[in-house]
Design a protein around this ligand. Structure first.
Ligand code: AGV
Ligand code: CA
Length: 313
């Protein structure tokens, strides 16, 4: 069975990504790390445990809290979404606190998982790369235990999604949170698929999608999608700084099914300091990255909807 490790930072789509990984019978989710990034980590951990217990088909999945800290923290308004997800009645009606928290920081937990595994593991990171950078700093040889890294982050477009007063707007947020971590991970020889803004820009949350999910809400998994995404604003008329895309969900879906999107190899570098910090850019001397630059939009939504229907009524 293919092994996947998931490291997320507690946003709405991070938690939906966890939910979807639990619905695929063809993979083994070997561990989860939760970073104090696009969330407050306490409710994000608690919500992760509830999602595993409620929607995890009796899988016991170890969850560890990250000790990673930002160079550039996320806006508070976004981080607060985790409190609401954790409080959703559909995550609290049966909760019995059975899921297990690991007493190690996430990067140490990941170190052990890689060391102890006979076969290489696939990593899915949908927040900053800090925990993986920490693993590689102390145990560089563990890069050989990574089969493939799928990362939601970065962009080679001129425009990123950071709008902060000390920055020029060229970076994507997960790279901006800890640019040095991107540089460290990119120095390794790990095979990297980067789900950049090129493709995630093509899967905004829209009111049509919300409406479709609402029609199917007798399926508990579809109801969960609808409730979770009710916290965030859709693409209605124009894109704003808070417009929500299915960034991490596309990353998870692509890791599970590479037919859903298109990729090409690009040589990339990252800016670690100054007004463009976190910017990823093409450079012939950069390291090869498999960039997911486009997506089969309708196939993607069909894929996640059918996974969500694996939760029994
Ligand atoms: O840059 C995308 C990353 C993804 O991992 N996150 C959200 C996803 O979890 C940061 C982010 C960018 N714009 C946002 C974000 C927004 N409008 N709301 C919340 N988070
Ligand atoms: Ca995220």
């Amino acid at each position: 069975m293919r092994k996947i490790y998931y490291n997320h930072d507690g946003g709405v789509d991070d938690l939906v990504g966890l939910f979807l990984l639990l619905q695929d019978p063809n993979i083994e989710l070997v561990g989860v790390g939760v970073v104090n990034g696009d969330c407050y980590v306490e409710p994000a951990l608690s919500a992760s445990l509830k999602i595993i217990e409620q929607f995890g088909h009796h899988q016991m999945i170890p969850v560890a809290e990250s000790t990673s800290r930002p160079r550039n923290p996320f806006p508070q308004a976004w981080r607060e979404h985790a409190f609401t997800i954790d409080a959703l009645p559909i995550l609290n009606n049966h909760y019995t606190h059975q899921s297990s928290m690991i007493e190690l920081p996430a990067h140490e937990h990941l170190t052990h998982l890689l060391k102890d595994s006979d076969e290489p593991i696939d990593l899915v990171f949908v927040g900053p790369l800090t925990d993986l950078a920490s693993v590689l700093k102390t145990n560089p040889s563990l890069q050989d235990k990574v089969n493939h890294l799928y990362w939601m982050g970065g962009t080679f477009l001129a425009e990123g999604n950071v709008q902060e007063p000390h920055h020029d707007g060229t970076a994507e947020w997960n790279a901006f949170w800890d640019p040095e971590a991107v540089a460290i991970v990119w120095q390794s020889n790990i095979d990297i698929t980067m789900v950049g803004l090129e493709s995630t820009n093509k899967v905004p949350l829209t009111n049509t999608i919300r409406f479709d999910w609402a029609q199917d809400r007798e399926f508990p998994g579809i109801d969960f999608l609808g409730q979770a995404y009710s916290l965030v604003p859709p693409m209605a008329f124009i894109q704003t700084n808070s417009t929500y895309f299915l960034w991490d969900v596309l990353t998870v879906a692509y890791a599970l099914n590479s037919n859903l999107a298109m990729h090409q190899t690009v040589n990339g570098k990252v800016v670690t300091h100054g007004v463009s910090q976190g910017r990823t850019y093409q450079d012939i001397s950069g390291r090869p990255i498999q960039l997911v630059y486009d997506v089969h939009h309708d196939d993607f939504f069909e894929f996640i909807t059918s996974l969500a229907k694996n939760v029994k009524r």
